[in-house]
Design a protein around this ligand. Structure first.
Ligand code: RUQ
Ligand code: CUA
Length: 637
């Protein structure tokens, strides 16, 4: 736990002095979850069955932040682990009135809804990953894909708010993403994104009925600038994505080496592959101008297809049976593990051999060092930092724990059984993830099984069931199911992050790093208004800016007047200094509703197209006189 952790060892937030103090005093003898999970790996290893407590008593805080993708909702959710309590939803590709995402001017800018181009209003988030340095999370950003509209979004961790979205040219089915696991001096920091679907390149009406001419692109996005850097054209398709720990490779599983367009075609071959990308060799080629472009996009593309000059230099195709799904790199950084999906095996690929293969010293197929049988329908594999892997088994509805070193020995012909334990999950597990599993600091405490079906596990709520995210204690030799967590479909994946890494601010601070600040500061300067302390209506022709403060229980303006047809921007600043006092601004019959965090300024722009009196009111219960916190917009005909 770092010194900066605002939460003490008993799991009490020092910021919550009075309430925190009382609960600590009352619960003084209760063993907090923070202590219960403070096991030394050695003790845990000796235990036959894990014995961690998932109980987080009132007033205590969780040990981990879980970042869950929201699937159809297009959002990210934050879940406390081990309590499995939902703490927050971060709107990303969706609309949300709590914050006003998709409604306020700033969020529209991030979403690209301020431009006169195609306006996407749906998203499908699958994979959330946090930014890294030195093999572990650096607490700066989270990234998430949009499978629906081929985008990558970034969330800044200090405000847990989306701050950039980039569209990936010529891509469809943007699925697996993964950031580099370390930052290399003088080099860009990339997030890699896979195209799962093959489509015409460019997709402008040509090659409609000629799927052989379709292609799929692996895209490198600069995770700091949030700009597309380059793309690689591959054979087949790409499903999940991972990176190594040295900052050399990205990689993807391919389930459609057949390049088919219907199921029967896509599952014909007994072997597909994992494709490895030689990141800095590609970068070098791009710098040397050895690239082409597609359609009207300026993004450099290199050819990494099989049989091209790029094979062996930019890409390496390692055969893997059959239609593999997940690819995960173990915390030592040595092994990439592909989960077989239609093969009951996991394929272990030695990344040191991949390095050699790129130098032509070994053959791609010789990079495989183990292939344990784990069960029917293996999808994803995670780690405990003690040499064990945990693979989700979709068809068997199980999680299989197996030992990587033993699997390698078995592959060499030794008579050892790598399978340690199997546990039933309920039901049809997709992803699993474990505490810090995607980092070199994997701590082997908790595993979450994200089950697609819940069937009989919860009260029936009609034909559309919740998913069941089950919490499993992996601190012992055998796994132990601890908790059923209902969750609205469909989180695809999650990462579980030690809480000292996540340091959110409780109040908005308008420093130079805050892009919102830039926008409002510019406007206020233009209008000669002191933002946050003056209440003024500034008219320039048909454009009206309304500057308004809010301090419980009043808005700085209890009325403002505009004329029918004006373009009106209402800019509201929350001047409450106390933690957790949010206000909202809802404008009746104008379809406007957004929240304003403590210390924040938010704005909305709309056309005053209906004359009359329209009440605006505060939507956050901020004060005993919250209902009276309202005013009138008077639109003169
Ligand atoms: S996928 S259930 Cu979108 Cu992550 Cu594997
Ligand atoms: Cu401000 Cu309710």
């Amino acid at each position: 736990m770092s010194k900066k952790d605002p939460i003490d060892k008993k799991g009490t937030n020092k910021g919550l002095t009075r309430r925190g103090f009382l609960t600590t005093a009352i619960a003084g003898t209760v063993v907090g979850a923070g202590m219960a999970v403070g096991l030394k790996p050695k003790e845990a290893k000796a235990r036959e069955v894990g014995r961690l407590s998932s109980e987080v008593p009132p007033g205590k805080l969780d040990d981990y932040y879980g970042f869950w993708s929201g699937g159809h909702s297009g959002e990210i959710r934050i879940i406390g682990v081990p309590s499995m309590r939902e703490l927050k939803r971060i709107p990303v590709f969706n609309f949300d009135c709590t914050s006003g995402w998709g409604i306020t001017d700033y969020s529209k800018k991030v979403l690209g809804l301020d431009k006169k181009k195609r306006e996407y209003v749906v998203g499908d988030t699958h994979h959330v990953h946090l930014s890294y340095n030195n093999g572990t999370y650096d607490g700066k950003y989270a990234y998430v894909n949009d499978k629906a509209n081929a985008r990558l979004a970034r969330i800044r961790i200090d405000y847990l708010e989306t701050d950039a979205i980039v569209e990936l040219p010529h891509c469809q089915g943007t699925h697996g993403i993964f950031p580099m696991r370390t930052r290399l001096p003088g080099k860009p920091y990339y997030v890699f994104c896979n195209s799962e679907f093959r489509n015409p390149l460019p997709n402008d009406g040509r090659d409609l009925d000629d799927p052989k001419k379709y292609g799929a692109l692996h895209t490198a996005v600069d995770g700091e600038k949030m700009e597309v850097a380059w793309q690689v054209l591959v054979s087949g398709n790409m499903d999940l994505c991972a990176t190594d720990y040295k900052g050399l490779f990205s990689m993807a599983t391919c389930y459609n080496s057949e390049e088919g367009v219907v199921l029967a075609e896509m599952t014909r071959a007994d072997r597909d592959w994992a494709v490895f990308f030689n990141v800095w060799e590609i970068e070098k080629a791009v710098k040397n101008g050895e690239y082409f472009t597609i359609g009207n996009s300026k993004v450099p593309v290199v050819d990494g297809r099989r049989g091209s000059k790029g094979e062996g230099r930019f890409t390496l195709y390692v055969p893997v049976p059959k239609s593999p799904h997940g690819v995960n790199v173990d915390p030592t950084g040595r092994y990439a593990i592909c989960s077989g999906k239609l093969s009951p095996t996991c394929t272990v690929i030695d990344l040191e051999l991949v390095e050699k293969a790129f130098k032509g010293k070994v053959k791609p197929e010789d990079c495989v060092v183990a292939q344990p049988e784990v069960g029917l329908g293996p999808l994803h594999t995670v780690f405990d930092g003690r040499g064990n892997a945990y693979t989700s088994i979709f068809i068997d509805s199980q999680v299989t724990k197996w030992n990587i070193k033993k699997a390698i020995r078995q592959y060499k012909g030794e008579n050892v059984n790598p399978i340690v334990h199997k546990i039933d999950v309920h039901y049809q597990v997709g992803h699993v993830n474990a505490t810090m599993s995607e980092t070199k600091e994997a701590d082997g405490k908790w595993l979450v099984s994200l089950n697609k079906f819940s069937k009989d596990r919860f009260l029936p709520v009609g034909p559309r069931h919740p998913d069941n995210d089950q919490l499993i204690d992996i601190s012992g030799r055998k796994m132990r199911l601890v908790h059923d967590g209902s969750v609205w479909p469909e989180p695809h994946d999650c990462v579980i992050v030690r809480r000292d890494i996540i340091q959110p601010r409780v109040k908005r601070v308008y420093d130079a790093n805050d892009p919102k600040f830039e926008m409002y500061r510019k406007w206020a300067k233009e209008d000669g208004v002191k933002l946050g302390s003056e209440n003024k209506v500034i008219r320039k022709g048909r454009k009206v800016r309304v500057y308004m403060t809010s301090l419980a229980p009043v808005f700085g303006l209890t009325e403002f007047r505009v004329k029918k047809g004006d373009t009106v921007t209402v800019i509201v600043t929350n001047n409450n200094k106390e933690e957790d006092v949010s206000h909202g601004f809802c404008l009746s019959l104008y379809d406007i509703n957004f929240g304003i965090d403590p210390g924040a300024t938010e704005s909305v722009t709309f056309k005053a197209d209906k004359p009359g009196v329209y009440w605006y009111y505060c939507t956050w219960f901020c004060h005993a006189l919250h209902l009276e916190m309202r005013g009138r917009m008077i639109v003169e005909p």
